[in-house]
Design a protein around this ligand. Structure first.
Ligand SMILES: [Zn+2]
Length: 218
């Protein structure tokens, strides 16, 4: 049987993680994110985790080969036999080519791109606030605290994480557009690309993804 491989594409803040959780529950497929791969390999101190750690200790990003090797180790496990969801991989054309060399002939693949305009991403991410004391999340417009700058729960100060500053968000979007977005063309040529609207509420995006996957699994 061909494994069903669902690749989630989209800018940071498009809701890939949320959708991956939904698909994972709906279709009983494991969700594989590169963040989790790194955490698992570091925690279990695997040989590849040790290699990754050497780069991270130097403050460098682990190269493609390491990410690819972690992924290939992971998809050999029993729970991936029927398929799996990839969230955050591939991130570049060379990663997609490596994946195709490995599974392209044997897997049934769909790439779902969650489309959200840049300005909406900036508003979503740079509006996020978190309580310094208790960690409760807020949002300037979507989930504002009762009193500006103050946590509803504990009265602590609300702050913006450095990762959520507008400058950092715009830089991440630039990286997405230059390195990751070309994957849409890559999968379109293979007739595996589906675009869904991520600029609407979460439930509508879920419904669009479900429609896509019903066809995919048929
Ligand atoms: Zn608080």
């Amino acid at each position: 049987m061909q494994p069903n491989v669902i690749i989630l594409l989209g800018p940071p803040g498009a809701g890939k993680g949320t959708q991956a959780v939904h698909i994972s529950e709906q279709y009983d497929l494991p969700q594989i994110s590169t963040g989790n791969l790194f955490r698992e390999n570091l925690r279990q101190n695997t040989p590849i985790g040790q290699k990754a750690k050497a780069y991270m200790d130097k403050g460098e990003l682990a190269p493609d080969e390491i990410v690819v090797e972690m992924l290939f180790n992971r998809i050999q496990k029993d729970d991936c036999q029927n398929g799996y969801i990839l969230d955050g991989f591939p991130r570049t054309i060379p990663q997609a080519e490596a994946l195709d060399r490995r599974i392209g002939d044997e897997a049934h693949i769909v790439a779902i791109s969650i489309e959200v305009p840049d300005e909406m991403i900036v508003e979503r991410l740079s509006g996020r606030l978190v309580c310094e004391e208790c960690g409760t999340p807020f949002h300037r417009t979507n989930l504002p605290p009762k009193k500006e700058g103050i946590c509803d729960r504990c009265g602590g100060h609300l702050v913006q994480r450095a990762d959520d500053s507008e400058k950092v968000v715009r830089d991440r979007l630039t990286v997405y557009h230059t390195q990751t977005e070309p994957l849409k063309g890559y999968y379109e040529k293979q007739e595996k690309l589906v675009l869904v609207n991520g600029a609407v509420n979460k439930e509508k995006t879920v419904a669009e993804i479900d429609q896509t996957l019903e066809k995919f699994f048929r």
